[in-house]
Design a protein around this ligand. Structure first.
Ligand SMILES: NC(=O)C1=CN([C@@H]2O[C@H](COP(=O)(O)OP(=O)(O)OC[C@H]3O[C@@H](n4cnc5c(N)ncnc54)[C@H](OP(=O)(O)O)[C@@H]3O)[C@@H](O)[C@H]2O)[C@@H](O)CC1
Ligand SMILES: Cc1cc2nc3c(=O)[nH]c(=O)nc-3n(C[C@H](O)[C@H](O)[C@H](O)COP(=O)(O)O)c2cc1C
Ligand SMILES: Cc1ncc(COP(=O)(O)O)c(C=O)c1O
Ligand SMILES: [K+]
Length: 521
């Protein structure tokens, strides 16, 4: 009964772009969804649902370690001495984490034009590496690299960027107001070896970034400053001593935050440089957030609060036209479902089921589609649940699929019937044993005194069935099939001028056919 994705359509082997809008700065405490992947709260679906250490540690910036300048240099020496790293390696990983941090927050569809201002040391090298990765991520980077180092590592990084046709601009050629030409300014001038007052030409470059902050107060579209490791010009331990320095929107601390990062008040503090061995963690008593999954960066502290009313996407998708669609809506559904599978969407078979009992009050919940063919859409559930009661009073129901990333929605409406007992039996026994026992334990939609009751019953049944290969399907568990009478395929488009194609059944010369009409968005 598993959906077979072998006949995958070629039409969209990619996720469509959508432009995130800027919604920062207000008071609604809803974390911006795109940050979830980098924040430490990552809920794994396939493993246990017990909270992991990662989930528990919404890190409080107070509990994070901050390094003194001397300690940062010492870690550098240890890594590149006894611990066997080369500077190229560390710089590559550092630059990659800067680029991935940027991508987590500032999507290339909206923040495309990047200026990386690179200094003479390793911080500048991180900037060059980050710019290369940003290019590959779809950004348009430009480099300002006024004090070049003759070392092979650096000349190599320059050559790599030139081979990608990334332009290099002289300081004199930079516009006075950087915000007109660039969406993101990467401050890669100085890192933890900075001391004293900035010397030319970096003094002026720093002023340009300070000035940018003032311009931003005037312009509608904001450019953002991303500082690598240290906001350039800040004292490595004391921070922005005179209060007149750069005020970055994002700080990407490398290895561990330096003391000055405590003074960072921008919305996005990330940690990068996922290479620290335990010996360093122990020696320097480092408390740092764990990196989620395979990510090269992790957010420090909570995501900023956002203005919910300003939260919106502008959908950008290929046109969805009458002449492209399948005559049969089930075929069209299969095509889009296959696209969702190819796009790697999580649980593309998850659908919202809406039912209405005899009191006329609608109710909705998610269920998993377990089969679709000319006869309809099948899911499995408990025949004594709320949905089941409502369906027994009124068989009319609606299904809704939303495929985020493809900017697509499908609506299906029709009448529901139970599937045959054999069909339910067959599916029930295909489920993992745990889910079969779970179905026996759960008197779905009834009140339970606590989790422990379910677990106790589960344990007892597990024992009871330990020597029995076939767990009997409870009578009250089985499938439903919705026979569709109406479909709507929705493809999100710019300016809310979406494509909506509706299929309605029509009888022509005694034959049932599907009529396709376009609805206003
Ligand atoms: N494990 C790690 O820790 C990793 C660290 N990594 C990165 O390395 C960074 C540290 O790099 P770094 O040591 O090369 O020093 P950095 O700060 O880039 O600049 C030194 C240059 O600036 C100059 N300079 C100094 N003050 C100045 C002033 N006032 N005005 C003008 N110039 C001034 C100084 O010249 P000097 O004064 O010595 O003549 C020298 O040329 C670190 O923050 C991180 O980004 C990652 O790549 C990998 C992992
Ligand atoms: C993604 C997802 C898929 C679900 N799939 C099913 C399902 O296939 N069958 C089911 O009975 N409940 C499923 N549930 C749980 C239902 O949403 C719901 O909580 C449960 O069926 C009780 O609903 P009711 O009280 O309205 O009958 C799923 C929940 C989610 C979030
Ligand atoms: C309670 C319940 N029943 C049934 C299902 C259907 O999925 P499966 O048969 O794959 O367990 C789900 C899925 O989330 C569920 O939560
Ligand atoms: K910097």
């Amino acid at each position: 009964q598993r959906n077979n994705s072998s006949s995958i359509s070629n039409s969209s082997r990619f996720l469509y772009n959508s432009l995130p809008s800027k919604a920062w700065g207000s008071t609604c405490p809803i974390p911006r969804p795109e940050f979830c992947s980098s924040s430490v709260i990552r809920f794994s679906s396939s493993k246990s649902s017990e909270p992991t250490r990662e989930m528990q540690s919404i890190q409080n910036p107070e509990s994070i370690s901050y390094l003194r300048q001397r300690e940062a240099a010492e870690i550098d020496e240890m890594l590149m001495g006894p611990l066997g790293f080369s500077v190229d390696q560390l710089m590559e990983l550092a630059g990659l984490s800067v680029a991935t941090s940027i991508e987590e927050v500032y999507k290339p569809s909206e923040y495309n034009r990047v200026l990386a201002i690179c200094g003479p040391g390793n911080n500048g090298g991180d900037g060059l590496v980050a710019a290369r990765h940003l290019h590959h991520f779809g950004y348009k980077p430009v480099i300002c690299y006024p004090k070049r180092t003759a070392k092979q590592l650096y000349t190599g990084l320059v050559t790599q960027l030139e081979s990608l046709s990334v332009p290099f601009l002289a300081v004199e050629d930079l516009p006075l107001d950087l915000s007109k030409d660039f969406d993101i300014l990467v401050d890669a001038m100085f890192g933890f070896s900075f001391h004293g007052a900035p010397r030319p030409p970096f003094d002026d470059l720093i002023q340009k970034l300070v000035y940018l902050h003032k311009c931003n107060e005037v312009h509608e579209k904001r450019s953002v400053v991303v500082s690598i490791d240290i906001p350039s010009g800040w004292h490595v331990e004391e921070g922005d001593v005179g209060g007149e320095g750069i005020k970055p929107d994002m700080l990407v601390s490398l290895t561990a935050p330096k003391l000055c990062a405590k003074k960072f008040s921008g919305p996005h503090h990330f940690l990068g440089g996922r290479f620290i061995p335990p010996i360093i963690v122990e020696k320097f008593k480092l408390h740092l957030p764990p990196y989620p999954g395979t990510s090269m960066c992790v957010r420090i502290g909570k995501p900023p609060q956002i203005d919910m009313s300003a939260l919106r996407e502008n959908y950008i998708s290929p046109e969805f036209l009458e002449e492209q669609v399948e005559a049969n809506p089930i075929d069209q559904f299969r095509k889009w479902f296959d696209d969702a599978v190819v796009a790697g969407l999580k649980e593309p078979n998850a659908m919202c089921l809406s039912t209405v009992g005899k009191d006329g009050k609608p109710s909705s919940r998610m269920v998993l589609l377990k089969g679709v063919d000319k006869d309809g859409f099948v899911w499995f559930t408990n025949y004594e649940s709320r949905k089941a009661h409502e369906l027994s009073e009124n068989p009319r129901a609606a299904l809704l699929f939303y495929w985020d990333g493809l900017n697509r929605q499908v609506r299906v409406e029709g009448s529901v019937q139970k599937v045959s007992d054999e069909e339910s039996e067959k599916y029930f026994h295909s489920r993992p044993r745990g889910s079969q026992i779970g179905a026996i334990v759960s008197k779905q939609s009834s009140i339970v005194p606590g989790r422990h009751v379910l677990h106790q019953q589960y344990k007892e049944l597990e024992e009871k069935f330990s020597n029995i290969s076939l767990i009997p399907k409870p009578k009250h568990w089985g499938g439903y099939r919705l026979e569709p009478e109406l479909f709507e395929f929705w493809q999100g488009q710019q300016s809310r001028l979406h494509d909506r194609l509706q299929y309605v059944p029509q009888e022509i010369n005694g034959k049932q056919v599907w009529k396709i009409v376009r609805l206003a968005p």
